[in-house]
Design a protein around this ligand. Structure first.
Ligand code: HH2
Length: 267
């Protein structure tokens, strides 16, 4: 799954793709690089990010979804937690909803159920503004699992069919670095829930935490500096059973994921 951030403030690629034509070109480029899905989002969820109104999110996102729907031959996912944005994106050709708040808004589950599209139910606590201080687990894996199960139950109760649900442990969302590492290591526990598992480790700060020690005083390029850390995380996620990895560096991670899968599937 290739990431397309149509935002001014995403943590590693903010404002690169605010122009709809440029964003659409990047979507097509990721398809050529080997993406199977393009995940377009217009509200940054990095820690501390400012919330965006539905109107602003739609103003940024919908022209891009419209262009991509005409030109792409792979599915478009919409990364939003707002039901009105999800509905409008689906009307314009998106065929998957990626909700980082795990169907927290009841209307979101209803929109997804009515649209008949699959949904990624991700685990997080709080909001991008508050989530850092909510990363307080005694045992992260069972707690995230239990909270994710509650989110999935909400979706099923609203009429979303089981086979339309994908789950995501939410790397970096109300998780400290050690929590994100433990979730990646223990993906098998999430697989046992019986839904396809999505994982989004790309360029995130838990990688910086492991690799960046001692270089904080130098200007640091997140995209370059976290590329190999992302590759290691993607390889292990695939080896541990991830069905979809959400990444910025599609060409590189396509190779990493294919190689990891070849090893994992060998006899
Ligand atoms: N991570 C981000 C956004 N959406 N969706 C899923 N399902 N899983 C994730 O791990 C995930 C996600 C955050 O990354 P990014 O889009 O690069 O940054 P920003 O939120 O700053 O735009």
């Amino acid at each position: 799954m290739g990431i397309l951030n149509v935002t001014p403030d995403s943590f590693s690629d903010g404002s690169r793709y605010l122009d709809p034509a440029r964003a659409a070109r990047r979507g097509l480029e990721m398809e050529r690089e080997g993406a199977d899905i393009i995940d377009a989002g217009a509200e940054s969820t990095r820690p501390g990010a400012k919330p965006v109104s539905a109107a602003e999110e739609m103003r940024r996102l919908l022209p891009v979804v419209e262009r991509l729907a005409k030109q792409l031959s792979i599915p478009i996912s919409v990364d939003t937690s707002k039901p009105e944005v999800a509905r409008a994106a689906v009307e314009r050709g998106a065929t998957l909803v990626n909700d980082v708040t795990g169907l927290r808004r009841p209307a979101m589950a209803r929109v997804v159920a009515r649209a008949g599209v699959p949904v990624i139910v991700m685990h997080m606590r709080g909001t991008p503004r508050t989530m850092r201080r909510l990363a307080n687990y005694r045992r992260v894996v069972p707690e995230v699992l239990a909270e994710l199960k509650r989110s999935v139950r909400r979706g099923l109760a609203a009429g979303i069919p089981r086979e339309m649900v994908l789950i995501d442990p939410g790397i970096g969302f109300a998780k400290g670095p050690e929590d994100s590492l433990a979730l990646l290591k223990n993906l098998a526990a999430f697989k046992r829930m019986g839904f396809p598992v999505v994982v989004g480790p790309s360029r995130k700060s838990f990688i910086g935490h492991v690799l960046d020690a001692g270089i904080e005083d130098r200007p640091f390029d997140i995209a370059q500096g976290r590329l190999f850390g992302t590759a290691a995380a993607v390889a292990l996620a695939v080896a541990n059973g991830a069905d979809i990895v959400r990444v910025h560096d599609v060409a590189e991670m396509r190779q990493v994921a294919d190689m990891a899968r070849a090893v994992a599937c060998s006899s």
